[in-house]
Design a protein around this ligand. Structure first.
Ligand code: ATP
Ligand code: MG
Length: 137
């Protein structure tokens, strides 16, 4: 079964909407195969978003991702990667479809509530970055 990585970002954790966001996943056929709350270090955030290292927003992105705890999950289900991206909505919450997680819970393109892997290949690498095999059930 396909797996993808989801991160509930510091803004949504601080708002107390972890449960509401998990409900979106479980209500739409995605199973929580692994989950943990953690504080990313600067090195964690820089490595995780290394693909964006040359972008002008990289520093702000790293600062934001270490500004408080995150809640990291492996989601599993049919077409899990694309389904999660659909449920998340567009990167900029002002452009996100009504009813998506970012439309309902995000405030800005920086504080945009959730991360989701953008390909099945990246999902496999991102899952390995956060979880060992015995944490994924
Ligand atoms: P994520 O990877 O967090 O799931 P995404 O795949 O929708 O988001 P990416 O293009 O991978 O979007 O960008 C990673 C993050 O960098 C975004 O979530 C956003 O917070 C930030 N970001 C992306 N583009 C911009 C931009 N033009 N200006 C400011 N921040 C941006
Ligand atoms: Mg991305």
């Amino acid at each position: 079964m396909e797996q993808t990585l989801s991160i509930i970002k510091p803004d949504a954790v601080a708002k107390g909407v972890i449960g509401k966001i998990i409900d979106r996943f479980e209500s739409n056929g995605l199973r929580i195969a692994a989950a943990k709350k953690m504080q990313l270090s600067r090195a964690d955030a820089e490595a995780f978003y290394a693909v964006h290292a040359a972008r002008p927003f990289f520093n702000d992105l790293v600062e934001f991702m270490i500004s408080g705890p995150v809640f990291v999950m492996v989601l599993e289900g049919k077409g899990a990667m694309a389904k999660n991206r659909d449920l998340m909505g567009a990167t900029n919450p002002q452009e996100a479809e009504p009813g998506t997680i970012r439309a309902d819970f995000a405030d800005s393109i920086d504080a945009n509530a959730v991360h989701g892997s953008d390909s099945v290949e990246n999902a496999a690498n991102e899952i390995k970055f956060f979880f060992s095999g015995r944490e994924i059930l």
